[in-house]
Design a binder for this molecule. Sequence first.
Ligand code: NAD
Ligand code: LMR
Length: 327
Amino acid sequence: MKNPIRVAVTGAAGQIGYSLLFRIASGAMFGPDQPVILQLIEAPIEKALKALEGVAMELDDCAFPLLKGIVQTSDPAVGFKDANWCLLVGAKPRGPGMERADLLKDNGRIFIGQGQIIDAVAAADARVAVVGNPANTNCMIAASQAKRLPAERFTAMVRLDQNRAQTQLAKKAGVDLTAVKDIFIYGNHSPSMFPAFEHASIGGKAATRVITDLAWLQGPFCETVGKRGAAVIAARGASSAASAANALVDHVRSLVTPGAIHSVAVKSKGHYGFDPEVWAGMPVRTTTAGSYEVITGYAMDDFAKSKLAATNQELVEERAFVADMIK
Ligand code: NAD
Ligand code: LMR
């Protein structure tokens, strides 16, 4: 039996948390032979902490063989202590009619303190995955606070967008979604993101040879994927939660699976023309568990270049908006 790893989750009593924790404890995130200790962090609010107690009771009641302990706390110094993975979900979600920019300052502040504490108390091999919105910019804020942990350890989630894009392509082509490969998300987790359809394949052929309606790919496809979060909010009255939790399981599972190729928002370092200091979605290949390299070889046509420029511009503007939160 392997030694348990410590997985810290913020916002553990929230909507995403409720769909996420049981999957981590069941082995879906780290594999069927990897025991875990869940370190559950909630805001210091009585109602949230009470709800967390109930979630912990339910975790106990599942009798998961891989779950070797549960910590419940509102103190991040306790919750992140020795954590190998820090899953930063806790943040305000967007409600109906809200723009993502409305969240920038409110949620950004959370990630200053969490970045500092993770850097101080988490395990030497700690990895951080940010889900709380605006995810790319929150990730940048947290990473900027860290002096010990390198920036590469901080990733933000664009996997929900990749999953959404894969399904939309499969539906349009009328194929099983497993036939769709290599659809990657570039840029911000926002409507400006670019799902790069020209690099995707469907049943082994270029996606653009299977779906020849370029106007659909450039228009409704990009728009549907980019605005799917808002569409779910409009329909459900609340932000997507189960699909976001599922995407985080995929995000981490792929990051611990050598050879996996997937979309992750990482520090750009100038790849694909992104500002070197922003966190932008792009394709990566997992090298060793927890480490990855950016796949840099994809050529971009004029349409793709204009989409990349627009999403980069938004990320640069978000960075300027929270400049006072970046070290
Ligand atoms: P929710 O309101 O149901 O839960 C959030 C939880 O976080 C609450 O229980 C709250 O008490 C807690 N929290 C707030 N501040 C905290 C802090 N400082 N430390 C610890 N916990 C804290 O929201 P949700 O639906 O679970 O969504 C969480 C976040 O995820 C939102 O910002 C949402 O926009 C974002 N989200 C991101 C994606 C993505 O693809 N990146 C997708 C869906 C949702
Ligand atoms: C989503 O993509 O579903 C979330 O990020 C919710 C949102 O605010 O768009």
